[in-house]
Design a protein around this ligand. Structure first.
Ligand code: UFG
Length: 322
C-alpha cells in the first residue's frame, strides 16, 4: 500500500511510519516540523517539510492508497488560552487536506481523534455512543473534524476511520516522545527523576479528586499497540463509511499508581509536590475497547509496566526495547 503520513515526524506519526515500513508499505511523510522533528523521519523515506494546507501538491504527484493524518496542535491548556490557532490548524488544515483527498481520489483516511472529544463522562467505561461534550478547545476541534469526516463519507466513497486515543505512552521502533513543551504525566515524572537540578519535582495536580486514592484515573495505551490499530484500520475501512473507535486498554490507573509503577521500574523515587487541580482535567477516563476489538480485530498486548520500561529506556539513552 502507498500511504501518505501527515504529521509523520511527530511522536505517534513516527512510530506508525516505522511500523508501516516494517510491514513493507511504501510511505511518504508530510510534516511542517512545528512540533515534530525532521530527524524522526527514517532515512530514505520521501519527506515533504510543508504545511498541511499544501498536501494537495503531494497527492497530485502520485497515486496514494491512503492518508494517515496525525498533524495537529495538541496542548490542552494552550488550546483554551489561545483557541484560534487550534481552529485554524486542526480544523482549517484538515478541511484543506480533505479537499485534496477528494480531488485526488484517495480512497482511505485514518484520523487521530481523542478521548478529549467526550469531556467528563457520565459512565465508565466510555463507549463511542457516549455524549460528546469536550471540555477544552483541543477536544472541540477534534470533534469538529470527526463530524466533517462523517459528512464527507456520506457524500463520497471515502473510507474513513477515526481513532480516539486515550493516554498514549511508551516508545517503539526507535521513536518516542520528544515534546519541547511536555505536559504528560509519564515523561514529566521521568524528567523529574533525571533532571533534579533543572526541572525540580513533578507537580501532582490535586489529591482531592473523587477517586479511591484522590488522584485522577486514566487509561494508558502503548504507542506500539496504537500503531498496530492504525494498520488494522487501513484494511477495516469501508467505502462511504466513517468508523469511530476508541483506543484504550480498558483499565484505569490513578496518578499515584502510575508513579508507584515508575518507581518500581526505575528503582528510583519520583520527586513530587502537590499542587491544585489542573483546569479541564476530568476525574476518570477509561475506554471501552469492545468496538475496536470487533471492527478492527484489535486487542492491546502491552501493559503499563511495558510503557514505562520503554519510555524510561528512550528517555535515558534514546534506545527502544521493542
Ligand atoms: N498529571 C500530573 N502532573 C503532571 C502531568 C499530569 O499530576 O505533570 C496528571 C493529570 O492531572 C492527569 C494525569 O496525570 O490526571 C494524566 O495527564 P496527562 O497530561 O498525561 O494526560 P491527559 O489525561 O491530561 O491527556 C490525555 C491526552 C490528551 C487528551 C486527553 C483526553 O494526552 O491529548 O488525554 O482527555 F486530550
Amino acid at each position: 500500500m502507498k500511504a501518505l503520513v501527515v504529521g509523520g515526524a511527530g511522536y505517534i506519526g513516527s512510530v506508525v511510519t516505522r511500523l508501516l515500513l516494517a510491514q513493507g508499505h511504501d510511505v511518504t511523510v508530510l510534516d511542517d516540523c512545528s512540533t515534530g522533528h525532521a530527524d524522526s523521519v527514517p532515512t530514505g523515506v520521501p519527506f515533504h517539510q510543508i504545511d498541511i494546507t499544501a498536501a494537495g501538491t503531494v497527492l497530485a504527484a502520485d497515486r496514494y492508497d491512503a492518508v494517515l493524518h496525525f498533524a495537529a496542535k495538541s496542548l490542552v491548556g494552550e488550546s483554551v488560552a489561545r483557541p484560534a490557532p487550534y481552529w485554524h490548524t486542526n480544523v482549517g488544515g484538515t478541511r484543506a487536506l480533505l479537499d485534496a483527498i477528494t480531488e485526488h481520489h484517495v480512497p482511505t483516511l485514518v484520523f487521530s481523534s481523542t478521548a478529549a472529544t467526550y469531556g467528563e463522562p457520565d459512565t465508565i467505561p466510555i463507549t463511542e455512543t457516549a455524549p460528546t461534550r469536550p471540555g477544552n478547545t483541543y477536544g472541540a476541534t477534534k470533534l469538529a473534524v470527526d463530524m466533517m469526516i462523517t459528512n464527507q463519507t456520506t457524500a463520497s466513497p471515502l473510507a474513513a476511520v477515526s481513532l480516539r486515543y486515550f493516554n498514549v505512552a511508551g516508545a517503539a521502533l526507535g521513536a518516542g516522545e520528544r515534546h519541547t513543551t511536555e505536559t504528560h504525566l509519564i515523561p514529566n515524572a521521568l524528567r523529574a527523576i533525571t533532571d533534579t537540578g533543572s526541572s525540580g519535582p513533578m507537580t501532582i495536580y490535586g489529591t482531592d479528586w473523587p477517586t479511591p486514592d484522590g488522584t485522577p484515573i486514566r487509561d494508558y495505551v502503548h504507542v506500539l499497540d496504537l500503531a498496530h490499530a492504525h494498520v488494522q484500520a487501513l484494511t477495516a475501512a469501508q467505502p462511504g463509511h466513517h468508523l469511530i473507535a476508541n483506543l484504550g486498554s480498558g483499565d484505569g490507573y490513578s496518578v499515584h499508581q502510575v508513579l508507584t509503577t515508575i518507581e518500581t521500574v526505575t528503582g528510583q523515587r519520583v520527586p513530587t509536590t502537590t499542587g491544585p487541580r489542573r483546569a479541564g482535567d476530568p476525574a476518570r477516563l477509561v475506554a471501552s475497547n469492545t468496538l475496536a476489538q470487533e471492527k478492527l480485530g484489535w486487542t492491546p498486548q502491552l501493559t503499563l509496566t511495558h510503557m514505562i520500561e520503554d519510555a524510561w529506556a528512550f528517555h535515558t539513552d534514546g534506545r527502544t526495547i521493542r
